[in-house]
Design a protein around this ligand. Structure first.
Ligand code: GCU
Length: 421
């Protein structure tokens, strides 16, 4: 008993000390000097000047670094699932859309994982291009649509949001419609597919649930140091949605735009890097471990993110806690892994925690790889004015307002995706 008490005190002390010790820097003048690695120079110093060299040499070595040291490897292929249409309707969203609710089921060694994808497709398009993005609070929160199935996983987690018990679950229908411009997406001829991310891997420091345990060796309790954290697990889920699109007669799988906000923006970037079937990628306010340069150490840092969310990245990433200068890569090279496919990086003015300037510079420095493919990136290292997007193959905007997804964001994404795809 005494021991337990002691451990509890230690835990509280540790959490408080790590919370109180961290002072984010927001001042440009206090950024340490750093060398940004050149995406077009290999780790052993060779210059890359041709597409073929990028594809054969530089991209694979960068990819391997991020996989081994940042997001973590998936230990084995695990792609087989059965898909079941749980519900469908042909008159959703003010008569504009077809609705499909599809459950993907994965089984192994007596374990089952299921997640449900909610899909809206524009009625007047035969094979629709589609935006794919996870939601934070359950499929039923993204639209005013009584037919959306409330996921079991969400109901189980609902306490976390102060809405305990299934009884109140329906009260949360439509509470996140502000982040999903469903009608605008449909009017532009795009579909939208979304999944509650907690069904693929619950967002907590626990590797006994979600997809990870399916690939453990006998006796293994958590991923090895170079193996996948939660971000890589969520990215894996995006790829399984893509597998489903490839089989669907109603979806144009060559025009899938993978999207994510914040931690799910980090996820969308990693999904775009790992799975080249995604035609385009959108990172909304993804910040540290997403689009923002780590070496600037503005706002959230590598040490801080690994401290508070120790399960998002692989354990090897912790070697760079308060040691960003030792990183032989930076996040502009994650962006470059998506080249030459269209990529949109977006920031919000008041989201300093995510370091908007670091997100911008990252896009700027990834641009030389786009240039290698004769695709236009960000032409200048001067940040654009707020609400004045730069929309090339590599696009960027900073909008007014807080860490969020707004109609302004969606209007830009839709316009750009129409041009690019
Ligand atoms: C926290 C975290 C960020 C993350 C964000 C989110 O603020 O520090 O890294 O992007 O949560 O996912 O909303």
């Amino acid at each position: 008993m005494k021991e337990l008490f002691f451990i509890a005190i230690l835990f509280v002390f540790h959490t408080q000390s790590s919370l109180s010790q961290f002072e984010p820097n927001y001042e440009e003048s206090k950024i340490p000097n750093f060398d940004l690695p050149d995406p077009l120079t290999t780790f052993d110093g060779k210059k890359i000047s041709r597409k073929g060299q990028w594809k054969r040499t530089r991209r694979p070595e960068l990819y391997a670094f991020f996989e081994e040291n940042v997001y973590g490897k998936i230990p084995a292929e695990f792609n087989d699932f059965s898909a079941k249409v749980l519900e469908q309707g042909d008159n959703a969203i003010n008569g504009k859309a077809k609705r499909r609710q599809v459950e993907l089921s994965f089984e192994k060694n007596g374990r089952t994982l299921q997640f449900t994808m909610l899909i809206y497709l524009p009625k007047n398009v035969k094979k629709a291009p589609i935006f794919l993005g996870y939601n934070f609070l359950g499929n039923h929160t993204i639209a005013e649509d009584e037919n959306i199935i409330i996921s079991k996983a969400w109901a189980r987690n609902s306490d976390k949001y102060g809405i305990s018990g299934n009884k109140f679950t329906s009260a949360t229908r439509g509470i996140r419609t502000n982040r999903w411009a469903v009608e605008k997406i449909l009017d532009a001829g795009f579909g939208l597919a979304t999944i509650y991310y907690g069904e693929v891997d619950p967002d907590k420091d626990d590797f006994s649930d979600g997809i990870h345990p399916f690939l453990y060796n006998q006796g293994q309790q958590k991923p090895d140091d170079n193996e996948w954290g939660s971000i890589a697990a969520w990215a894996w889920g995006y790829s399984r949605a893509m597998d489903y699109f490839e089989k669907s007669k109603e979806i144009n799988s060559s025009k899938v735009v993978v999207f994510g906000h914040s931690r799910l923006g980090k996820t969308a970037l990693w999904a775009g890097a790992t799975d080249e079937r995604f035609a385009a990628v959108i990172s909304n306010d993804s910040g540290c471990g997403g689009a923002a340069l780590s070496k600037r150490k503005v706002g959230e840092t590598v040490g801080r993110i690994n401290d508070i969310f120790p399960y998002w990245f692989c354990t090897n990433f912790k070697a760079y806690n308060n040691n960003e200068e030792a990183l032989p890569v930076d996040q502009h090279e994650l962006l470059a892994l998506i080249a030459p496919r269209p990529l949109y990086v977006a920031s919000a003015k008041e989201d300093q925690w995510a370091d908007p300037k670091g997100e911008f510079l990252s896009a700027y420095h990834a641009s030389e790889v786009y240039g290698l493919f004769k695709k236009e990136g960000i032409p200048t290292d001067q940040m654009p004015m707020v609400n004045q997007p730069i929309q090339n193959t590599l696009a960027y905007h900073i909008r007014t307002g807080i860490h969020d997804v707004t109609d302004f964001d969606w209007e830009q994404y839709i316009k750009w995706a129409k041009q690019q795809l």
